[in-house]
Design a protein around this ligand. Structure first.
Ligand code: PMP
Length: 427
């Protein structure tokens, strides 16, 4: 556990950055101790400033699906960088990545590149409001859609980690147009449509929730959202920033067979570099400037280095890759399930494809109400016990573990063995 150089660096970082970090969950407030400063990573291994190696199950929060610094991705980035870092003008690289995305997600007829998931969702919501000429947005408790004002209501991820469901600095008038229902609670959604149907521009959902830990949609949930939005004239927006190219090549919309009107992407499509994208129905997307009245722009959007990293990453994700990721996911789930049982620790493992969460202190998690019962203190001890054994897990009980093509079956078996010991230690 002792990491003297990381601790020293954290002290210095804390003088420069609030909380020592540039994104809150990185500060390890949920698990105690100080964060490791990472100096390099390759495949499934990350190395900190003290020279310690860890088997990484954060994977840059899901972006690193082909493993860290895959040689082909790095070569593509180097070639793109050598040609020029960006021009603020159209490039062929944008077309190549855009084509790969529209081919994988048929519901995305047209798209626009942006620089983060937050921007993608913010822009998709603006577009939905313009298209429907309605003001309200319905979201789900525990789903995180980035940190734009309107969506910081009952958000997951860092907002939840710190027990601040709404951020200070967001005017009530902004979130007043945001309705919040329970995840998987379709009757609540029906109630909102009955009360405000004519005012709802969009329903936005993580089609597999991953920002309160992994919570799969229950049978019929996404289908019911599709039917209700169609009946009312609202748009269905899938936030696939995590699930896109993760739970299937075509994302959750392919895995569950539901076509949304708009889709938000990020993470994987940037191959590890900053990115976001939103897209969907052509009749909606053509409302965007310069064709239509909805303004949206970005100086570095679609920059050629990111586009090259994304294109190369998506090229590595063939059918065989998804079979392998699914196998690794199942092996991890089965192993952790058995470890929980053998240690006699109450909890459960929830998984979709290559992302999963080990919840301690609750036997099921269908929505935020269940999640709030998890044992945070016990999770913190589990996290530290795993770190000591060389496993780098998300430093929060409300996040997903991500597997990648950089992981081997042996990595998974080692994780399970370590979890076995760690769970016994904290039992
Ligand atoms: N939507 C979802 C589902 C996310 O998980 C995230 C980030 N984890 C975002 C949006 C925001 O993306 P970014 O952090 O790139 O702004």
């Amino acid at each position: 556990m002792n990491a003297p150089l990381s601790t020293k660096l954290y002290e210095e970082a804390s003088r420069i950055f609030p909380g020592g970090v540039n994104s809150p969950v990185r500060a390890w407030r949920n698990v105690g101790g100080t964060p490791r400063f990472i100096v390099r990573a390759r495949g499934a291994t990350i190395v900190d400033a003290d020279g310690r190696s860890y088997c990484d199950f954060v994977g840059s929060w899901g972006a690193a699906i082909v493993g860290h610094a895959h040689p082909k991705v790095v070569a593509a980035v180097q070639a793109a960088a050598a040609a020029g870092l960006g021009y603020g003008a159209p490039t062929c690289a944008e077309i190549e990545l855009g084509r790969a995305i529209t081919q994988a997600l048929p519901a995305v007829e047209m798209l626009r590149m942006v620089s983060s998931g937050t921007e993608a969702v913010m822009s998709a919501i603006r577009l939905a409001r313009a298209f429907t000429r309605r003001p309200k947005v319905l979201k789900f408790a525990g789903c995180y859609h980035g940190h734009s004002d309107a969506l910081l209501a009952r958000a997951g991820s860092g907002a939840m980690t710190f027990g601040v469901p709404d951020s200070a600095g967001v005017p009530e008038a902004v979130t007043a147009q945001t309705l919040v229902a329970g995840y998987n609670a379709i009757d609540e959604v029906r109630g909102y449509f009955a009360a405000y149907g004519e005012e709802i521009a969009a329903v936005i959902v993580e089609p597999v929730a991953a920002n309160m830990g992994v919570v799969p949609p229950q049978e019929g949930f996404l289908q019911a959202l599709r039917e209700l939005t169609l009946a009312s004239g609202a748009l269905l927006v899938f936030d696939e920033v995590i699930t896109g190219f993760r739970v299937a090549r075509g994302g959750a919309q392919a895995r569950f067979g539901i076509a949304p009107d708009l889709t938000c992407l990020g993470k994987i499509i940037g191959g590890g570099l900053p990115v976001g994208a939103f897209g969907g129905r052509g009749d909606v997307m053509t409302l965007l400037a310069p064709l239509g009245p909805v303004y949206q722009a970005g100086t570095l959007a679609g920059n050629p280095v990111t586009m090259a990293a994304g294109r190369e990453t998506l090229a590595l994700l063939d059918d065989q890759a998804y079979v392998h990721l699914e196998d690794l996911g199942r092996r991890t789930e089965d192993g952790l399930d058995a470890a929980l049982r053998e240690a006699g620790v109450g909890g459960c493992v929830q998984r979709v494809g290559s992302m999963l969460t080990l919840f301690l202190g609750t036997e099921r998690a269908h929505g935020l109400v269940d999640i709030e019962r998890t044992d945070r203190e016990r999770f913190a001890r589990f996290f530290r016990a795993m770190l000591e054994r060389g496993f780098y897990l998300p430093p929060s009980p409300f996040e997903a573990l991500f597997l990648s093509l950089g992981h081997s079956e042996a990595d998974v078996d080692d994780l399970v063995q370590a979890a076995h010991e760690a769970l016994q230690e904290i039992a």
